[in-house]
Design a protein. Sequence first.
Length: 589
Amino acid sequence: MAKSNAEKVRICMARKRAHARELGLCTRCCKEKPRLGRTICPACSASTIERMRRLRQKKRHTAELEEIIALQERAGDRAYSNHLYDDAAQRYESALKTQEISSRDYLRIAEKLTRALFLGDDPGAASPWLDRVLTAHLADAQGASKAVDILLEVVRQLGIVAKTAAALPLIERAIHIAEASGDARLHKMAHIRMAHSLSMLGRFSEAKQSLHTVGKVTAEDDLSVRIAYHWRKGVLAAVFGRMTECYENFEQTVRLAKEDPDLYRMTIVWSEYAFEAMLFGDVDRSKACRERALLLARRNNITWRIPHICLGQAELLARMGEQSAAFEYLLEALSCDAHAPLLDIQFTSVGIPLALTMNDDKILMRCTRPAAFDLALQTGEPEKIGATAAAFAQLYRAQGKKHKAKAVLRKALGYVNYMDECPQFPLEIARQGMFMDIPQARASLEARIHLPCSDVAQAFLELFEAYVNRRERNTDEMHTHATAAVERFTSLRWHGYADIARSLLSAAYQLPKHADGASGAFAEMKAALTVREQQVVEWALQGFTNREIAQRLAIREHTIEKHMSSIMNRLGIRSRHQLLNILPESKTS
């Protein structure tokens, strides 16, 4: 058998030392003679002592570094367990900056760092670290399980940074690795994740097929598999209008999630449950689910999730006509020090319409994120694209930029194939979009009506037709559809949209307000208001903000806010928008 070069060198050195020993020479350098009773010369002996000293010093230095790394990691672990994710991230980063850290320690701590960053105020900061961790695990041929898990974490991260569409190739790679490994858990998780991403992109038939590929999921399966499976089944059931099936799967998901140590996932499950309930018009269930999600996010200090959930609750309350309460949630979201592309999209889609309704220019400026529409397009998600386009169209209309409103609606229509999750989008097309786009928007709403549990879609279609007929000057048809929209939205308790539909009705066709104390003319309301409140109303009807009214009446802005709250309570209304609707005399005087 052929010997290796190292083996040849070793044999040669052994022969050389044996020959030196025979000649009485140093067995190290094979040149000098050692002292009596020694086998190596003084120079080689001194060199050996120095080498051993340096080795001991290096070992002490390594041990000190390892102790520093361990201390930083333990401090990070304690901070993480106490939900202090930003502090934990700082500790982990300090550990990773330590010189001569081993590759094993580096990888383990980097994984912890990605989790801490993801739950902090800037989840996007986890992306570069996840990429490093993923590269390391993909290079390990034996680490299929870890590689798939990290790939799916990267996919989740792409959703936060508004790159949902870019996740599909990574999921396909995860599926390939899972199938090659023969691991049933990995196979199921990868296909469930594919179903999730496809449904986010509005590709529901493909998502349904991916979920079918998962096969049977039983109590023997991993907890994370069961949670993800029932969650996806609930979402797809909602898409096809199967409310009972949707609720059954989400109830099962919630029961399973209670055993899950992943607190982030629990907040997502409750939020998703709230979202699907809202699509069915189930406002009480939606509100309760989102409140639970918000409680978990606050209690566990999942920083970026707090504004995300607050904005979702603000959207629901705005639909219910509770504008003041919705505005409070918007303000809380804005007060959070969190940053993520996903939040920019949501602040735009939820914040702009609400700030316009409340006539608050400062909040409008803070909610207008110029890059939000491009970010929404980057996601490829119809819901985000439609909602963001609708918000910008409302903003451009308020600014008198009608051509820009039409352009943004036109561009978004090429991406939005599913209107159920962004109903404001087809309304804006009917209200101010191009006439050539109206049939496509109408067709999407009509498609949802043919599915079960279509009360919400029917209400929006009535309002859609009311807007179209108003533009075509078909007054009678407009009133017919607006009246039907008022009735349908009122039965759903979506009073915000009922008020919008009611605003299309002229005084002769005006329906009673959903609030008991509302009146049709300013003269009849004077007795219900104090003198100061009447003054506030007069200025408000002229379009002045609370601050401007306060300056004109020489009182504090906070006092004006109290007066406005009192006025709304006395008149049984929820927003300034309704105030304008119920005071036709004062608006024209």
